[in-house]
Design a protein around this ligand. Structure first.
Ligand code: PMP
Length: 409
């Protein structure tokens, strides 16, 4: 493992450090090999070869052919490209799209845009653990359905969606299947030779590559429209001068991941299981958000009754521990997580959730530290809380993961 410290940082899902080996690989492409890959003169040779190499590295990681990988400016762009690109291409065939209520905003918002453009979108609900039901996907498919987009893993609650089966259902009905695999990459195997995915969104930072870098896998033979027009890079699918250092970094991160994933997964799963066990037995009135099994190994999401998550976050930060209360992307709004509300968790309970996400440089000491300080913080905050026991609060949901009521929303 390359030298790096992320002491007290348990919010990898919101942003991860770039592996020093990745930085080293990227640097020459900012200085020495500064040429534009599109030029005919020799300054373009090294960048061009580096892009080809990175495409191979990423393709190898997921079992794709290099020509099936399209580099983008991140997962947001890749999700936009998949949804809008497929919709534009297939609009004459049909205008119905199926997705879920717990997708990342970079899927939800393009799907709303498409509704304004005359498409109809079915957003499937999830159960109390955040699972989409494959049978519900099959039921929702109509003659005019052109695309199903369901995420592989929800990064906030860690649920691994049954996308293998959903993709098969879509294929059987002749409907394209896209999955946002951002939170899955690095934690569960992704092999497009066996999984019937037509399009897959990938992100570099989630595997310790640079931010602002992503890719869309588009299976050979699947045709979508480009949504970014210009100089014709990426076989006309994604115009714009290539971010050569970013692409090189993403490729290197993929190569390292392939070699180190089994050991990382094993170690992080051990930490994560200990964190869940100790916090849930050591602190009363806690409940796990998301499933215990069929959950990515780097995620723990626990809710603490009678507490505001923001107060917990501030207290933890003062103790040198940084994490999120819900989706990193909604942290600014102080709104409870729409993912948790969709699972039937009540508004005030969703507020008391902590999302722990771990990664390559998480250490055993990080876990020890949380286990040591969190019970005291929870106790102190509960003593001050207006939500404490006996007040207007339904305690029945705590300690039982299978008991959820309808969302207020
Ligand atoms: N999809 C998922 C599941 C995510 O968690 C994120 C954010 N990390 C994105 C898409 C968007 O990624 P980015 O902001 O890097 O484009």
């Amino acid at each position: 493992m390359a030298e790096m410290k992320t002491k007290g940082f348990l919010d990898y899902q919101s942003g991860a450090p770039v592996d020093p080996r990745v930085v080293e690989a990227m640097l020459p492409y900012m200085t020495e090999h500064y040429g534009n890959a599109a030029t005919f003169h020799t300054a373009g040779d090294a960048p061009r070869e580096a892009i080809d190499h990175a495409r191979d590295q990423l393709a190898t990681l997921i079992g794709a052919e290099p020509f099936e990988i399209y580099f983008t400016s991140g997962a947001t762009e890749a999700n936009n490209m998949a949804l809008k690109g497929a919709a534009m291409r297939l609009r004459k065939k049909g205008k119905h799209i199926i997705t879920s209520v717990i997708e990342h905003r970079s899927v939800i918002t393009p799907s709303k845009f498409l509704e304004q453009e005359g498409f109809e979108v079915t957003r499937l609900p999830v159960d109390a653990e955040g699972f989409v039901d494959p049978a519900a996907v099959e039921e929702a498919i109509r003659d005019d359905t052109v695309l199903v987009s369901i995420m592989m893993v929800n990064g906030e609650i860690g649920t691994i969606e049954p996308v293998g089966g959903i993709a098969e259902i879509a294929k059987r009905h002749g409907v394209l299947f896209h999955t946002d695999a951002v939170a899955a990459l690095g934690w569960i195997p992704i092999d497009v030779t066996t999984l019937q995915f037509d399009m897959v969104t990938l992100s570099s930072n989630d595997i310790y590559g640079p931010k602002g870098m992503g890719a869309l896998f588009i299976r050979k033979g699947v045709r979508i429209e480009s949504i970014l027009h210009g100089g014709g890079q990426e076989k006309n699918m994604r115009s714009g001068t290539e971010n050569v250092p970013g692409i090189v970094g993403f490729g290197k991160a993929a190569e390292i991941l392939k070699a180190e994933m089994p050991a990382d997964v094993e170690r992080i799963r051990r930490y994560r299981d200990r964190l869940i066990d100790e916090l849930m037995t050591g602190i009363s009135d806690t409940a796990l958000n998301g499933p215990r099994e069929r959950r990515v190994p780097n995620n723990a999401n626990i809710r603490f009754a009678y507490i505001e998550g923001e107060a917990l976050l501030l207290s933890l930060d003062m103790d040198g521990i940084q994490l999120s209360s819900g989706s990193a992307c909604s942290a600014k709004t102080l709104e409870p997580s729409y993912v948790q509300l969709a699972m039937g968790i009540k508004h005030e309970e969703a507020h008391g959730s902590l999302q722990f996400t771990m990664g390559r440089w998480t250490s055993e000491e990080d876990i020890d530290h949380v286990i040591e300080v969190l019970p005291g913080i929870v106790k102190k905050l509960r003593e001050m809380s207006a939500l404490r026991p006996g007040m207007e609060y339904d305690k029945s949901q705590f300690g039982k993961d299978d008991h959820h009521e309808e969302s207020d929303e």
